[in-house]
Design a protein around this ligand. Structure first.
Ligand code: 26W
Length: 810
């Protein structure tokens, strides 16, 4: 234990020798990082045990958040902050001759997620622990996280993310808690007395071994757990050879085939084998999570009847929905419960969040695949479906004609979203508009049947990582103005409203922003070699690359500005730096073309002497959590420009807002709630409303070609995609983007919103030219961001969905 700088330095020297067999003078930075992480871990261990004991002692109800993604980011800095030893460690390391920032950046980053959904899971774990709530994560310990992105000649290239190469300092392997997972084989019904017993004879058994990571609460002594499962062979090598009479080569093949289950985040699912693997991943971590939950429950309780009073399982999107039939299976086949009782228990335990309206992401699985891989689970799904359809016919006969849409099994496919709604007690969307659309459109018939199950929980972000940690300058300025209470009660940020018009505070905030922009500019230069003007507007769009998010609209705006600069020698504007960060799914060709377009614009513009005085384009490769932490504090303008009604919520929008950036955005997802919070004067809204977009989608009436012919500016830019402009800088043209707009009629209404977007951008220029006005808006954005803390979101889930209570461990 260390409690002051000197005790830390002494302990560190001792531990360094013990761990590395040499003195610190001969140490590498890597060894310093590992030693420090080991010490922090040791500091957390007693609290970890203590938390578990207190939660058990008090019979606290616990929630387990089941998610295929946890986009965690680095731990060291946050853990030091949470344990309240950050300052002394920073100073101590300096005394030892090491730079604290350099050391923290050696930590490999667990990028076990694609985007918002995975990052949300990580923010939720942080808030659960900070609020002393008994809540844990359950997921997969992917050997490789989301790919590492490189840009080569404008093209995205994917490299493996070998994050475990040097070990993970925060995990603890718990061999004793391993469980077995069964795949394939056949089902035998045995008559035993007057009862029918189901025996599953699997043809593959996989061992799930948990690796636990401590989730340390913010200065409250709570340490919750994230349990990530690793897939391994259930037999040791000799036993395997003995049993199978196989060769050494067979053994290696067998081990490799099992290891693939926890090898990659979202392995390619364009092939049949790829799809099977994904389904295996889902069942693997779900079954393991339920087994381990029940094992700990049954240590203290005999009957599973009250399971729902002690445990909640939260299903993060459709990926873990197999939890519903799996719990049914265990209750019936392994514990002898009848259907009705098992169904009641299951529904009381399960709750579900939907994160998207995009059809491609609402999972459906071929019946045949389930039957083959999970024969018993499939039987149960079929029975759930049979009973559900009967219920519809008897109690909601007018819905019969919609049976194909609401049934759990139809067209030889299992509809996972329907299964989730039917087999749980709560379904929520992630922003008000998203929940409303779910109720009115996607799930209107299920909503009619189960109106009380539907509710909204607008997303949030942890202000501890996204403000306190990543923006220390702004945090200090806030605390100077309103005191430190906002750290514990983020709604207190609202007190900033009192000083939003105060000139000296405005200057303070703008000065902070300027320094953060200088840092960001230096980072950009380091990463890309490009020098950017720190007084230009830093206009930023960072998020997954997807057509509906409309990075294309942003790019076309840049392209239009470039053409204006070319055409008019007297043209002038407020200088801008356009900053992008985005990964495209490896199989998503169109998204990759957009990346190439942005990079081609950068090549065209940044080299042009005159154009680059006004605009610069930066594409930062390999966007990830640690990069995001550097970007938000130095941003002026937040691009949230999805086609209205497509972005479920967005959470990047909240991170920008909290860091004092102004939003340019459509009325989509949580942008609407941001607008409601800050008021129209402090946000730049443009474009079609969600209703207008939905009307176009339903009734038609939009013709992209009309926009093209009616507006010279649009015509020039769109022609620019294919008229040879890019050949001049050695790039190929952008036929597929051109075609998406004019041949395929612009699915995401980019051209429809173009004029309105251009106008909104000119308003941005105007407001930015009035620094006092901009400063006020910036302060208002931070002041109103408290409601977007994930502490608010988690409190709502705890009270209204999970029914869990804070358990103090002090
Ligand atoms: C089934 C394959 C699949 C899996 C994941 C398709 C798409 C995904 C995305 C990565 C899901 C995702 O990140 N959704 C986002 O979730 C956020 C948290 O609720 C929302 O804020 C975003 O609007 C939503 O796009």
């Amino acid at each position: 234990m260390f409690t002051d700088k000197q005790s830390f330095v002494d302990a560190f020297k001792e531990r360094f020798i013990a761990l590395n067999g040499k003195s610190i003078e001969d140490g590498t930075e890597q060894e310093v990082y590992q030693t420090l992480a080991t010490m922090v871990r040791e500091q957390a261990m007693p609290k970890w045990i203590h938390t578990r004991d207190r939660q058990e002692e008090k019979h606290s109800k616990q929630v387990i958040y089941f998610s295929l993604e946890f986009l965690l980011g680095r731990f060291l800095y946050n853990n030091l902050l949470s344990l309240d030893v950050l300052e002394l460690v920073r100073d101590g390391l300096q005394d030892l001759g090491y730079d604290f920032t350099d050391i923290t950046e050696l930590e490999p980053e667990p990028g076990l997620g694609n985007g918002g959904l995975g990052r949300l899971a990580a923010c939720f774990l942080d808030s659960l622990a900070a609020l002393s709530l008994p809540g844990h994560g359950n997921g997969i310990r992917y050997r490789y996280g989301l790919f590492k992105q490189k840009i080569v000649d404008g093209y995205q290239v994917e490299l493996p993310d070998n994050w475990l190469r040097d070990g993970n300092m925060w995990e603890t392997r718990r061999q004793d808690k391993a469980v077995e997972i069964n795949f394939g084989g056949w089902i035998e019904m045995k008559q035993i007395g007057d009862r029918l017993r189901v025996v599953h004879h699997p043809d593959e058994v996989v061992l799930a071994v948990p690796y636990d990571m401590p989730i340390i609460g913010y200065q409250n002594d709570v340490v919750n757990t994230l349990r990530l499962w690793n897939a391994e062979s259930p037999l040791d090598d000799e036993a395997y050879l003995e049993k199978t009479k196989g060769t050494y080569k067979d053994l290696l093949k067998h081990k490799q085939s099992i290891a693939t289950i926890s090898e990659f985040l979202y392995p390619d699912d364009t092939t049949y084998e790829g799809k099977v693997l994904r389904l295996k991943q889902q069942y693997f971590f779900v079954s393991a999570g339920i087994q381990s939950m029940l094992a700990s429950y049954l240590k203290r309780n005999k009957s599973l009847k009250q399971l729902g009073d002690h445990y909640a399982i939260h299903i993060n999107d459709t990926h873990p929905v197999v939890a519903i039939p799996e719990l049914m299976r265990i209750l019936m086949d392994e514990h002898g419960y009848g259907w009705d009782e098992a169904w009641r228990i299951t529904k009381s335990v399960m709750s579900f969040t939907n994160h998207t309206l995009l059809a491609e992401a609402l999972e459906k699985w071929p019946v045949e695949m389930y039957q083959r891989l999970l024969p018993r689970v499939y039987q149960i799904i079929e029975e759930i479906n049979r009973r559900f359809c009967r219920d519809v016919l008897v109690n909601y006969p007018h819905l019969e004609s919609h049976m194909g849409e609401i049934a759990i099994v139809s067209n030889e496919q299992i509809n996972m979203a329907n299964l989730a709604v039917v087999g749980s007690h709560s379904t929520n969307g992630v922003a008000q508009i998203h929940t409303d659309i779910l109720k009115q459109r996607e799930m209107r018939y299920l909503y009619e049947m189960f109106p009380l199950r539907f509710n909204n929980k607008t997303n949030g972000i942890t202000h501890r990582r996204w403000l306190l940690k990543s923006n220390p300058r702004l945090s200090d300025a806030i605390t100077e103005a309103i005191g430190p209470s906002w750290v514990e009660h983020p709604n207190d940020l609202e007190k900033l409203m009192d000083v939003s018009k105060d000139r000296s505070f405005q200057e303070r905030v703008m000065d902070v922003k300027q320094q953060n922009k200088l840092d960001l500019a230096a980072y950009i230069q380091e990463e890309t070699g490009e020098k950017v003007d720190p007084h230009s507007i830093f206009d930023v769009q960072v998020k997954r690359l997807h057509a509906y998010k409309r990075q294309l609209l942003n790019a076309l705006h840049i392209h239009a500005l470039y053409l204006k600069i070319q055409a008019d020698p007297t043209f002038t504007m407020v200088p801008r730096t356009f900053i992008f960060g985005a990964k495209a799914a490896p199989g998503y060709y169109y998204a990759k073309e957009i990346i190439r377009y942005i990079n081609a614009l950068a090549t065209l513009i940044n080299k042009d002497k005159r154009a680059s005085q006004f605009i610069k384009v930066i594409f930062l490769e390999n966007y990830r959590v640690s990069m995001a932490e550097r970007i938000f504090p130095g941003s002026d303008l937040s691009e949230q420009i999805s086609t209205a009604s497509y972005e479920a919520s967005g959470t990047g929008n909240m991170k920008f807002m909290m860091n004092g950036a102004l939003t340019i955005g459509t009325l989509d997802g949580a942008n609407i709630e941001i607008r409601d919070a800050v008021g129209d004067d402090h946000i730049f809204i443009f474009g079609l409303s969600p209703q207008e977009v939905m009307n176009y989608k339903k009734f038609g009436g939009y013709h992209a070609a009309e926009m093209y012919h009616a507006h010279q500016e649009i015509k020039d830019v769109v022609d620019g995609l294919v008229n040879g402009t890019f050949d001049k800088v050695g790039e190929y043209q952008f036929q597929s983007i051109f075609d998406s707009l004019l041949v395929y009629n612009d699915d995401f209404l980019v051209l429809k919103d173009f004029v309105s977007y251009m106008r909104a951008q000119r308003r941005v220029d105007e407001v930015f030219s009035d620094q006092a006005r901009w400063a006020e808006s910036s302060i208002v954005n931070t002041a109103k961001s408290g409601i977007f803390s994930s502490d608010r979101t988690i409190t709502e889930y705890a009270n209204a969905v999970w029914n869990i209570k804070p358990t103090s461990v002090k």
